[in-house]
Design a protein around this ligand. Structure first.
Ligand code: NAP
Length: 252
């Protein structure tokens, strides 16, 4: 007999990094609408305050800089004291500064890696003791990890790390014993503050559209729906997957 697999996230304690803007914010709001309790984190206190209002009792918005592993450890301790568990984790915080490989400095390299790579690793590592039996984790990767991104090789490399890291965790026997699933969502070009420079420039905007079979940029809410699917029981037999949300871009 078929068993019901509820897609609801009601009563789940969920944690989202980089939720003060763009994709993370859309995920936080979609989770709240799905009935989850959302712990939304980011750096900008102003944007976090606005998000807290929007969450309206369905969550909280708290500062967390993921480039500081000690801060992440402290944050997770306090998360444990307040909520006791994490049912769903979204490792989303990321930066994409324009860094040219021929003039790259160690400082530029380090500040990108501190967020996209070290931040992702220690967010997961410090959250791990709190992840409940049957928890679901989603890492936000990028189409850049699958196709490469000419002119943005360091960013693409950082997302390549995220993809391999998440896929390895997603099939880890230790996590499988705890029924913890780990998946990646890989967005293509999405209109967010991160990509504002390109979307405000008509030539750059159209150039990118020509690279996408669906001939348009994606929306943060479209990525959020893919994340929600992977966090919910609707995807109960899916782990180690990389779900593209890119208008077909990675398949041409
Ligand atoms: N937009 C796209 O086209 C696209 C495509 C592929 C992948 N992605 C990935 O999707 C994720 C979200 O990007 P987005 O487009 O939504 O960008 P966004 O609008 O710029 O949002 C980035 C978020 O990351 C947070 N963040 C940055 N540095 C942080 C740090 N040190 N500690 C904690 N939070 C930090 C930001 O917080 P504050 O603003 O508070 O600092 C913000 O909430 C990123 O991982 C990005 O690489 C985006």
């Amino acid at each position: 007999m078929l068993q019901e697999t509820p897609a609801t996230l009601s009563q789940r304690i969920t944690l989202v990094t980089g939720a003060s803007s763009g994709i993370g914010r859309a995920v936080a709001l979609a989770l709240a609408r799905a009935g989850a309790f959302v712990v939304a984190t980011g750096r900008s206190r102003e944007r976090l305050a606005a998000l807290a209002d929007e969450l309206a009792g369905q969550g909280e918005a708290l500062p967390l800089d993921v480039s500081e592993p000690d801060d992440i450890a402290r944050f997770m301790r306090s998360m444990g004291e307040r909520h006791g568990r994490i049912n769903a984790l979204v490792v989303n915080a990321g930066v994409s500064p324009a860094v040219e490989i021929d003039t790259l400095t160690v400082t530029e390299y380090q500040s990108l890696m501190d967020v996209n790579v070290r931040g992702a690793v220690f967010t997961f590592a410090h959250a791990l003791p709190l992840l409940s039996e049957g928890a679901s984790v989603v890492f936000v990767g990028s189409v850049a990890a699958r196709k490469g991104q000419p002119g943005d090789a360091v960013y693409a490399g950082s997302k390549g790390f995220v993809r391999a890291f998440a896929r390895s965790l997603g099939t880890s026997p230790d996590l499988m014993k705890r029924r913890i699933r780990v998946n990646v969502v890989s967005p293509g070009p999405i209109e967010t503050p991160l990509t504002e420079e390109a979307t405000r420039n008509p030539e750059a905007k159209v150039y990118v559209e020509q690279l996408i079979p669906m001939r348009r940029w994606g929306r943060d809410a479209e990525v959020a729906q893919a994340v929600l699917f992977l966090l919910s029981e609707a995807s109960s037999f899916t782990t180690g997957a990389d779900l593209t949300v890119d208008g077909g871009m990675s398949h041409v």
